[in-house]
Ligand binder design. Structure first.
Ligand SMILES: *Cc1c(COP(=O)(O)O)cnc(C)c1O
Length: 428
């Protein structure tokens, strides 16, 4: 039997092989729009999905395909599709499942942009979202009705220092016969593998830790390959003849790869939210060092969170890796490699002090991003969570007196020194 490679090996090798044309060891950037058919029969077989190959780069591209296979492997999924951004990936995850009048049940603790996408923008498609506290499993189950098509949460949620009990949520999803979609951006498959805990689909903003260096936006949807799309009759795009693809029955034809093939053949074909090969290249460069970076991110975050918690200028720190966190035990049980590197802390002096702190930092960058090698800070209430109501801000862990940090891989003592001098200015 072939050896099962470990995570550190797979993050370097999965999906890639020396280039068949040149022997190039690193995955080349296939900067091409289209691919020559061998003959008319070959072209017909490709368009009929009877043979897997490359047609046009809105659908698939060899560089992007290596990345998709690598992410699918690291997540333990059957297949994956890469997209132009994390937000594109979320629409791509919902697209095969939804129809006008359908809804999703989503956690209140989500990335701010996702709350806006789900509460406002998807309504234009006739979809809607109901937000509930996923620690209240009865409320979660009660929010599901006959038009619900998915349950959506984040593994580690940004920015509230919250971690989801994915096995418990997956049990509810199982009971009501719906797919569970987990946004695993903040945890990455190094810290959390949602599919092993019962998730159906995993979505990523590859913009963040998977690329890791703040160069490109991208997203991915990974399918576990384990959901029975034909059992309930609720997912006709996958179980019934798909009118958008000459009546092909995706589930019957592709089995565990039904969702992935539908996402390429119909989703990318018609929505066009495709990742380009340059972006895939940068993300492949980053993903090779994912475990090494995540170890350092987590170690630095723990050290800095502890330092802040003991500082009298700080009211509280919400980091699930601290024993003071209500989610500490959950982290020990479900996320043994650590609670990630994002957290918030409250500065004495409220909104004004937060703004002054952000403006006084020298090593931390004030940006609307996370998961960079560099340490980043943002005052969510005045930026990313500005569009939310005050109640939504508090629910999302983005109250006016808190700032969010994304701890990088620098020397942690340099980061602490920077926070120390900026806190002095902010609270003087
Ligand atoms: C950034 C982010 C997104 C959106 O991804 P983009 O690549 O910016 O579109 C979604 N979810 C989480 C948790 C994120 O951090």
């Amino acid at each position: 039997m072939a050896r099962q490679y470990g995570f550190d090996t797979l993050q370097v090798h999965a999906g890639a092989r020396p280039d068949p044309a040149t022997g190039a060891r690193q995955t080349p950037i296939y900067q091409t729009t289209a691919y020559v058919f061998r003959d008319a029969d070959h072209a017909a077989a490709l368009f009929n999905l009877q043979e897997v190959g490359f047609i046009y780069s809105r659908l698939t591209n060899p560089t992007v395909s290596v990345l998709a296979e690598r992410i699918a492997t690291l997540e333990g999924g059957a297949g994956a599709v890469c997209c132009s951004s994390g937000h594109a990936a979320q629409i791509m995850a919902l697209f095969p499942l939804m129809a006008p009048g359908c809804n999703i049940v989503a956690s209140t603790r989500l990335y701010g942009g996702t709350v806006t996408q789900f509460s406002q923008t998807i309504r234009r498609f006739g979809w809607s979202a109901r937000f509930v506290d996923f620690d209240d499993l009865e409320a979660l189950e009660a929010a599901v009705d006959e038009n619900t098509r998915a349950i959506f949460c984040e593994s580690i949620s940004n920015p509230g220092g919250y971690v989801t009990d994915i096995p418990a949520v997956a049990k509810v999803a199982d009971k009501v016969g719906l797919p569970l979609i987990v946004d695993n951006t903040s945890a990455t498959p190094y810290l959390c593998r949602p599919i092993e805990m019962g998730a159906t689909l995993v979505v990523h903003s590859t913009t963040k830790y998977l690329t890791g260096n703040g160069t490109v936006t991208g997203g991915a949807v990974v399918d576990s390959g384990r959901f029975d799309w034909s059992a309930s009759g609720k997912f006709p795009s996958l179980s019934d003849p798909e009118p958008a693809y000459h009546g092909l029955k995706f589930h019957e034809t592709f089995g565990p790869l039904a969702f992935t093939f539908h996402s390429i053949a119909v989703g990318l074909r018609d929505l066009g939210m495709t990742m380009n090969p340059q972006a895939a290249h940068y993300t492949l460069m980053g993903i090779e060092t994912l475990s090494l970076r995540m170890e350092r991110h987590v170690a630095n975050a723990r050290k800095i969170a502890e330092w802040l918690e003991n500082d009298p200028r700080v009211d509280f720190v919400t980091y699930a890796g601290l024993p003071s966190s209500p989610y500490y035990d959950r982290v020990q049980r479900l996320y043994p490699r650590g609670a990630g590197a994002l957290f918030t802390f409250a500065v004495k002096g409220g909104y004004e002090a937060c703004v002054k702190l952000v403006d006084s930092l020298e090593l931390f960058s004030h940006v609307a991003n996370l998961g960079d090698t560099r340490s980043l800070i943002i005052h969510s209430a005045s930026t990313t969570h500005r569009q939310l109501t005050p109640e939504q801000q508090v629910a999302a862990g983005a109250a006016p007196n808190v700032v969010r940090v994304s701890i990088g891989i620098e020397d942690p003592d340099d980061l602490i020194a920077d926070l120390d001098q900026a806190l002095a200015k902010a609270t003087s």
